[in-house]
Design a protein around this ligand. Structure first.
Ligand code: A3P
Length: 329
């Protein structure tokens, strides 16, 4: 009887130990399976680092979280201006291993806002912790709704604006219109209209190529949402003359190490612009495409003089707002 009871106790112990072992085994299987998925399911630093030119380090140097690239909303935006040199700036910034930038213009805050932030985020490249995600859509600068919408996404986002003499910018814009719509009226015709009340001919400031150049007016809208310290204005003419100098200031503003320097650029005589010795993901020199650096039509001196008079007070106001003289007078 006592022997039978003893046997019963041993059987219970055995059953308990067996169940414990099964629980441990399940837990082990579950955890190792998760670890395996993590290692193969997402982009990891090694592959990304190689494609972005970041230094190659081994996986033992960092935690899993640091190694996993994820999609997130941008921390910096190039908001304008059209024809200011925004593509050049973005392509130059892409050289930096700590920058991940969307290739095409998302137009989220001006055109596709109703698609929601998840849609917007899906357009961003995956980035590692510490990398800055950014995009450029020059239309944001002049879009009435964009400042409030950008602010609603993040009040900390850094804003970059590339500006250029508004008259040259307008001619550049017009050259693009002509390339898409041959036979369009002359620049002079589009710049002026009959004044109201028989007041003679006046500058048509409603015409988009001229209206975009009213930088102070557009900037004032942004300044109601963001402090100037959160914005950086790139000097478009200097970006052509001295790309490395201008990129040093942009990198400082973004809190990036100064990695993009003189050694990344060379001046291409045929193109008439600085080009990249080794763009991101390539070992071949590269200039921007044919739509950047187009030939401009000849514009009469008289038209230029009248446009200078028109822009003078707007430019001065812009210099005042930014605290910098761009020398367009
Ligand atoms: P043009 O075509 O009138 O010369 P965006 O990219 O914002 O549309 O600006 C286009 C302008 O960028 C060009 O206008 C050109 O002047 C300027 N730009 C600045 N740096 C450049 C570069 N390295 N290569 C080509 N264009 C550049």
């Amino acid at each position: 009887m006592a022997k039978g009871r003893c046997f019963q106790l041993d059987a219970q112990k055995l059953l308990f130990l067996f169940s414990l072992a099964m629980v441990c085994l399940s837990l082990y299987t579950l955890l190792s399976d998760r670890g395996h998925k993590n290692a193969s399911g997402d982009i990891h630093a090694n592959s990304l680092a190689t494609s972005s030119g970041a230094p190659d380090v081994t996986s033992t140097d960092a935690t899993d979280q640091e190694w996993t690239a994820t999609r997130r909303l941008p921390q910096a935006l190039i908001i304008g201006v059209k024809k200011g040199g925004t593509r050049a700036l973005l392509e130059f910034l892409r050289l930096h291993p700590d920058v991940r930038a969307a290739g095409s213009e998302p137009h989220f805050f001006d055109r596709h806002y109703d698609r929601g932030l998840d849609w917007y985020m899906s357009l961003m490249p995956k980035a590692l912790e510490g990398q800055i995600v950014m995009e450029k859509t020059p239309r944001y600068f002049v879009s009435v709704d964009s400042p409030a919408r950008v602010h609603a996404m993040s009040h900390k986002v850094k804003l970059i604006i590339v500006v250029r003499d508004p008259i040259t910018r307008a001619i550049s814009d017009y050259a693009q219109i002509v390339s898409k719509t041959p036979g369009v009226a002359s620049f002079k015709t589009l710049c002026f209209r009959n004044g109201s009340g028989g007041g003679g001919v006046e500058v048509n400031s409603q015409w988009s190529p001229l209206w975009i150049g009213l930088y102070a007016r557009h900037l004032e809208r942004w300044l109601t949402y963001f402090p100037l310290a959160q914005m950086h204005v790139v000097h478009g003419e200097r970006l052509v003359r001295d790309p490395a100098g201008e990129m040093a200031r942009v990198q400082d503003f973004l809190g990036l190490e100064r990695i993009i320097t003189d050694k990344h650029f060379y001046f291409n005589q045929t193109k008439g612009f600085p080009c990249l010795k080794k763009p991101e993901g390539s070992s071949q020199p590269h200039c921007l495409g044919l739509t950047k650096g187009r030939a401009h039509p000849q514009v009469q001196e008289e038209v230029i003089r009248r446009l200078k008079d028109f822009y003078r007070p707007h430019n001065l106001r812009f210099y005042e707002l930014v605290g910098q003289d761009f020398g367009w007078q």
